[in-house]
Design a protein around this ligand. Sequence first.
Ligand SMILES: Cc1cc2nc3c(=O)[nH]c(=O)nc-3n(C[C@H](O)[C@H](O)[C@H](O)COP(=O)(O)OP(=O)(O)OC[C@H]3O[C@@H](n4cnc5c(N)ncnc54)[C@H](O)[C@@H]3O)c2cc1C
Length: 408
Amino acid sequence: MADKPIHILGAGLSGLSAAIILANAGKEVHVYDVREDSGARFDGDFQGIENWTTSPDFFDEMRNWGIDPDSFKSDAFNVVDLAHPDDIITQPKTEGIAFRVVERGTDNHCIDQGLKKLALEAGAKIHYDTRKDPQECDIIAAGPKDSSAIAFGEIFYTDHPNHVTLQLNDKLAPGAYSYLIIIDGVGLICTCLWRKQKRSSRYLNETIAWYEQNYELNRKPIKRVGGKGDFSLPEKYMHEGRYYVGEAGGLQDFMWGFGMRYAITSGVLAAQSILGECDYEVEVRKRLVPLVKSSAINRFLLNRVGDRGFKLAARYWMWDQKRKGDGLAFMRWLYSPSIFRNLLWPIAKLGMLRRKRLDDGRFVNRMPFRNALKRDNWEPSIEAVEIGKQWDKVRKSGAHTSFTESDT
Ligand SMILES: Cc1cc2nc3c(=O)[nH]c(=O)nc-3n(C[C@H](O)[C@H](O)[C@H](O)COP(=O)(O)OP(=O)(O)OC[C@H]3O[C@@H](n4cnc5c(N)ncnc54)[C@H](O)[C@@H]3O)c2cc1C
């Protein structure tokens, strides 16, 4: 493979990370994407890059790999508001950096465009609007295929200072969480649905109503965005000589959907493996699969609880912070493999995952999109109905939705 050109399917985070490493090592690299640009899958939404699953700061890791994190805009946070299901708000915090917020999309300062710039500077050729047969590619980095969960959000102008809230609430975000991110006068309120719902915008309207009641947002809607997450554990990460990276390789966080770090790391590992510096299958199993498995076991447990379980988890988080003096210790603990989690794994696998053969012949154990529960049927509040009407007006005057229920 050393002298042959290397073909990568997908110019997102994992594909571009692989392209940067390979092109910097002097390889001829071609990246193909069906969309018109890197980041076009997203539309200016904020996402958090976590800094807790492994101990080196992720940006230091990126610098060591030769991927400059200053090529895109990011904002570091060491504190979040944690909204418990009974609306109490507490603050997990840490001394260092807990996570960084980046923007996804096609604007210059977005992470997708930063990595694209680095890949082009390194000499990679990117072919947009192009379909390429996966069989002709060495690295498959084409992102999620199916839906196991979806997220819906609204982007708006606000005069509230920079801020992040994570809310655990089984009504507003069935089986999952919602969040508010504000960076430099632009806010995103997003709700994640880990159970499939009809009329999903009802959840977003109700979630926005909750945030409006709890924060001075002075919200002026711009657009609505969203996307899907595909949660599956493949039996192999290399198949017929091809490297499967990022979400295409099932490298995603089952618990919260923090897939960006896995995407970049797996892209780098695939490139290093092609350069003969490591064995991709071995490295992924050593470095990433234990984290993904822990997140899958946690997801299995979360799927079993409602607000009472969320409340316990939020309380435990704050108790742990008081004891250890560091709010991030709880997040690290959630992802660390343990005897208890190992014992639970066969039950979680059997109870939550379904074995499926994909079109390319790979077998994966995937988490299907779960059905709605009885408790997901509720009438919207007056405030949420008004927010829905407000959005209808904004939409009719030209604002757009980049993701609809039919995209799932
Ligand atoms: C709404 C939402 C919020 C999220 N929030 C967070 C967050 O806060 N933190 C976090 O860490 N993660 C978050 N994630 C997950 C994160 O976005 C993904 O895990 C990450 O982008 C995966 O990277 P990737 O390289 O696998 O895929 P992508 O970055 O999506 O790249 C895949 C690329 O492949 C292209 N493609 C698709 N099909 C083909 C094809 N057939 N041929 C060629 N190209 C193709 C696409 O156009 C795209 O450019 C979120 C996801 C969603 C949907």
